[in-house]
Design a protein around this ligand. Sequence first.
Ligand code: 3HC
Length: 692
Amino acid sequence: MTAITDVVNLDKEGEIAVLSINNPPVNALGIAVRQGIADGVTAACKDEGVTAIVIICQGRTFMAGADITKFGKPPREPGLGRVLEIIESSRKPIIAAIHGTAFGGGLETALTCHFRVAVDSARLGLPEVKLGLLPGAGGTQRLPRVVGVEKALKMITSGNPIGAKEALEDGLLDEIIKGDLLSGAVAFAETILSEKRPMLRVSEMNEKVEAARGKPEIFENFRKSIARKTRGFNAPEACVKTVEAAVNMAFGEGLKFERQQFEILMKGPQSAAQRYAFFAEREVRKIPDIPKDTPLHDIRKAAVIGAGTMGGGITMNFINVGIPVTLIEQRKDLLERGMGVIRKNYDISAARGRLTPKEVEERMSLVTGSVSIEEVADADIVIEAVYENMDLKKEIFSKLDRICKQDAILASNTSYLDVNEIADHTSRPESVVGLHFFSPANVMRLLEIVRGKKTSKSVIASSMALAKRINKIAVVVGVCHGFVGNRMFSQRTRETDQLILEGPMPPQVDKVIYDFGFPMGPFVLRDLIGLDIGWRKETSTGSTIREVLCELDRRGQKTGAGYYKYEAGSRIPIWDPEVEKLIFEFSEKNNIPRGEISGKEIIERSIYPIVNEGAKILEEGIANRPSDIDVIWLNGYGWPIYLGGPMFWADQVGLENILVTLKKFQERFGDLWKPAPLLERLVKEGKGFKDL
Ligand code: 3HC
C-alpha cells in the first residue's frame, strides 16, 4: 500500500488499483483529499500493471462534499475542478464505489468516474442549494446528462438525495453491490474490462440535454412549480439557470457559466447565512458542561399525560419511531377523542401515500390509552402535556413522584411556566426537565429542552439523545418565563399589537413581515392558531383588540373570522372593514393618535425588540450561545434561513445601528425599549454576537 497523502492510499487488487480515502468524519474534499486523488489517479494511470481504478472511501460515508469549513478562505491548488478533469480524462476506466452519502462534490466526483456502483443503502444528491449555493464542480452540467433535465432540476433545486435503487433506475448507478463493497467494485471492474465495455464520459453524453433544447417551457413550468417554496431564496433560480445552460451551451461553456454563478452565490449574504445555519445546527448539540460519555437513561417506554392537541402530537413522535406510549386522560370520552385525532392524522398520511394501512395499524398498536395515571408506573419517560396551570402541574408531578419508577425522566411540556417550581414539588428534582414541543408537535422539528436548576446531566444528555431519535432539533435552554423562543416572540406580538393602534392595519403589518421572509404575518398567524389561546371569557375586559375580537366570537379561522374573515372552507384571509372600524374606534377611545408608519419602522419595531431580548437571554445564561437562539428561530418561528436567524441578522444589520434605534424608541416610548447591557457592551467593544 502506498500513502499518497495523509488521507489517501493507493493499493492494488490484482490489476485493479484501489484509491482509498480516509478523511473522517465525512471524507469532505479538503486539499489532502484532492491532492491525493489527483496524484493517486495519475500514478495508477502511469502504472502499466493497472487496468482500472476503483475510488472508495473508508468510514461512514463516500465523500459528502467539498469541505464547507474552508469556504471563503483562499483556494488551494489543485481545485476540485482540476481533480475532476484528471479523473474524467483518464484512459483507464475509473469506478466510484459508493456507500453512505455521495453528496455535493462527492457526487460530482462520482459523475466524472466512468462507472458508478453502490451498496443499496447509499444515497446520492446535490444538497448545495441548502447552503445557498449550486453544485460548482460540474454537477449542474453532468447530472442532467445522466438523469435527464427534469429529474436533475428537481434534485438540484430541492437538494434532496435519492436512494440507490432510484439512482440505478435513473442510470446514475451502473450496479448495486450486494455484500462487501470493495470486492464487489473490483469484480465489477474486472467484468467491464473482460466485456470491453466502452468507457462513458458524462461530459460527452449529450442526448438527454439535446432532447430538452428548444423547449423553454420545461424551465418556465418548473420555475412556476417551485416559486412558492423558494420565495426569497437566490440559489434555486441560479440552479435552474445553470441547468438551462447545460441544455443550451456546449459542455465547456456551461461549466464556465456554472462556476460564475457559484462564485456569485458564494460571495452573497444568503449562502453565508445558510452555511452559518448548517454549523449552528451541529453546534447546538454540544452542551458545554455535559461530556459526550455522560451515562444515558435507557428509554424503551414512554407515557404522555393529556390527550389534547399537544399530547396527541407528542405521542405520535414516539410511536413513529417504535417507542410504545401509554396515553393518559382524565375522562374516557376525552381519551377516545384524542386517540381518534391521532388515527385521523395517520389516515390522512395514508391517503397521501406516505404510510401504508399496515403501518398505520402498527403505529396505533403502540398507543395504550388509560384514564388511570397509575398506568405510567413502568414508563422510562413521562411527559406531562396538560393546560398551562401551575397548581394542576404541581398536582400531577407529585402524583408522578409517587408512581414512577426511580430512574424515570419526568418531563413537562410547559411553554411558559417555572420548571424549577414544578421540580421542587417532587422529591427528585434532578429527574425533572422541560420538554417544550412546538405545535403541531408531530410536525415541528424544534424542541426546547428546559434545564432546571437541579436537572441532572444524565437527564439532559438523555433528552438530547431522545430528541435525535424522534427526529427533533433540540436546544437546551434555561428557566425563565417563556424560555427562549416564546419570550422573544412575545416581544414581536406586543409591538405588532401596538402598531395597528398607531397607524398600519393588520394587512400592512402582515405584508411587511411576510416580505421580510416569514411564512406569514403575525395577524394571519394568530387567526391560524386561534386568538383564544390563553383567553377566558370570564376575565375578558375588551382591553386589547384581541380580547374585543374574541368577545365577538371572532376567534380565528376556526370560527370563520378573526382579524380577517374567511369564506366557508377557505383559508384565504379577506380583510374586513368591520375590523378596520373596530381598530379605529379602539385607537380613538384610548387616545392613541394614528398616522403613517413606514415599512422600515414596522421592521425596526417588530424585529429589533426580538434581538434586544435575545441579548438579555444571553446575558442571563438562558441560552448557551447566540447561534442556539438562531436555531430556535429557524426551526420554531419561521425565520427565513437565508437571513440566518435574529442574532446572525443583527450582526449583519450592525449592532450599533440597532442600539441607536432602540435608544430613539426608548425616548419615544419608554423603558420597554431600554437596550440590553450586553448590546451596549458589544457596541462599545466594536464586537458582534458572533464574537461571543
Ligand atoms: N464539510 C466539512 N464538514 C462537514 C461536511 C462538509 N461537507 N459535512 C459534514 N461535516 C461535519 C459536520 O459539521 C460535523 O462536524 P462536527 O462533528 O464537528 O459537528 C460532522 O461532519 C458530522 O456531520 P453530521 O453531524 O451532519 O453527521 P450526520 O451523519 O448526521 O450527516 C451528512 C452526515 C449527511 C454528510 C451531513 O453532514 C451533511 O449533509 N453534510 C453536508 C453535505 C453537503 O452539503 N455537501 C455539499 C457541500 S458544498 C459542495 O460540495 C460544493 C461543490 O459543489 C463544489
